[in-house]
Ligand binder design. Structure first.
Ligand code: CP
Length: 336
């Protein structure tokens, strides 16, 4: 048993920075020695249970691949076919489902966001409830507030392309118009994690696209602690100028759940009015040869142009690959 055996990973905030660095170093070694026998039997005979309330491409495939490469198995479960109790239907409680999964599996991943919640914060609450009743580690596979595996995959990509010393690099999170109405999970994880790794943080968006004030306060406090700058602006030029990392992503407004369910169409219509909020080559020229970061799926032509997303400074595919390595590392550290 390791020091972190049984530990949940709902957000990286819950982990010591030294342990996150160990996880990244392990992931980097796993990338280099992908099929080495020191890793291929780590999860032998063990199963990772996955509850997907929402669809996924990368998360499902990378977790399944991760379990296979570690000698175990990942099992895909859709809560809609599990007779779980919800606000609207009778069924099995979280307490019962979590206890039973703990008797079968070695870890439990949960994804819940967008239209599967009726108010921001419900997803986080549900994950914490599962964690409370589970005796196996619970991992977020993206929920309304955070996406820890995505944040770790980003940092692994940045360490490769900008060097292991990320301190002092300037990270710009810039809102992009979009036809998908995105949750705050990936971007909020990036804010809390990148600030802990000593980066200057800039957030740029049109007015009305504020994020969770608790996440903003945490990010600001990390920047202050590290002696780094923190900026919120509505001016794209100010945001891009001299930046080392551009992360362009659509996100929904804080009013998205005002009527008790996600107003997806309203969010999309509002968003598409901001024609100039797209990451393009002209704006990238303002940066200090910044790398382009995105968790994918990319809304090309809205959040970012093809020229940037497929350009030579884009590291989106490396980051997508890193999901596999960081998840393998997280599973090895918490499930064995
Ligand atoms: N980045 C990410 O989580 O991708 P999927 O939604 O495809 O899993």
């Amino acid at each position: 048993m390791g020091k972190l055996t049984g530990k949940d990973l709902i957000t990286t905030i819950d982990w010591e920075k030294d342990d996150l660095i160990k996880l990244l170093e392990l992931a980097e070694d796993m990338q280099k020695n992908r099929y080495h026998k020191k890793y291929t039997e780590v999860l032998k005979y063990k199963t990772f249970m996955m509850f997907f309330y929402n669809p996924s491409v990368r998360t499902r495939q990378s977790f399944e691949t991760a379990a296979t490469e570690l000698g175990g198995h990942a099992q895909f479960l859709e809560p809609k076919s599990m007779r779980l109790k919800t606000a609207k239907t009778a069924g099995e409680t979280v307490e019962d489902a979590a206890n039973v999964m703990s008797r079968y599996g070695a870890g439990l991943g949960i994804r819940i966001l967008e239209d599967q919640i009726s108010a921001y914060g419900e997803g986080e609450k549900l994950l914490r409830e599962y964690a409370h009743y589970s005796s196996i580690p619970v991992m977020s596979m993206a929920h309304d507030k955070f996406h820890p595996m995505q944040g770790l995959a980003d940092i692994m990509g940045l360490r490769k392309h900008l060097g292991k010393k990320l301190e002092g690099k300037t990270f710009t999170l810039v809102w992009g118009k979009g036809a998908l109405a995105r949750s705050w999970s990936s971007i909020q994880e990036a804010l809390v994690l990148y600030s802990r790794f000593g980066m200057n943080v800039r957030i740029a968006s049109p007015e009305g696209y504020d994020l969770d004030p608790e996440v903003i306060d945490y990010t600001k406090s990390q920047c202050e602690k590290n002696g780094k700058k923190f900026l919120i602006t509505h001016d794209q030029k100010e945001a891009y100028e001299g930046s080392n990392i551009i992360y362009s992503r659509n996100w929904m407004t804080p009013n998205a759940y005002a009527n008790g369910s996600l107003d997806k169409q309203g969010e999309i219509e509002k968003s598409l009015k901001y024609n100039d909020w797209i990451c393009d080559m002209e704006k990238m020229k303002l940066t200090d040869d910044a790398v382009f970061v995105h968790p994918m799926p990319v809304d090309r032509g809205n959040e970012v142009t093809d020229e940037v997303a497929s350009g030579k400074r884009s590291i989106i595919y490396d980051i997508a690959e890193n999901r596999l390595h960081v998840q393998k590392a997280a599973m090895m550290m918490t499930m064995v």
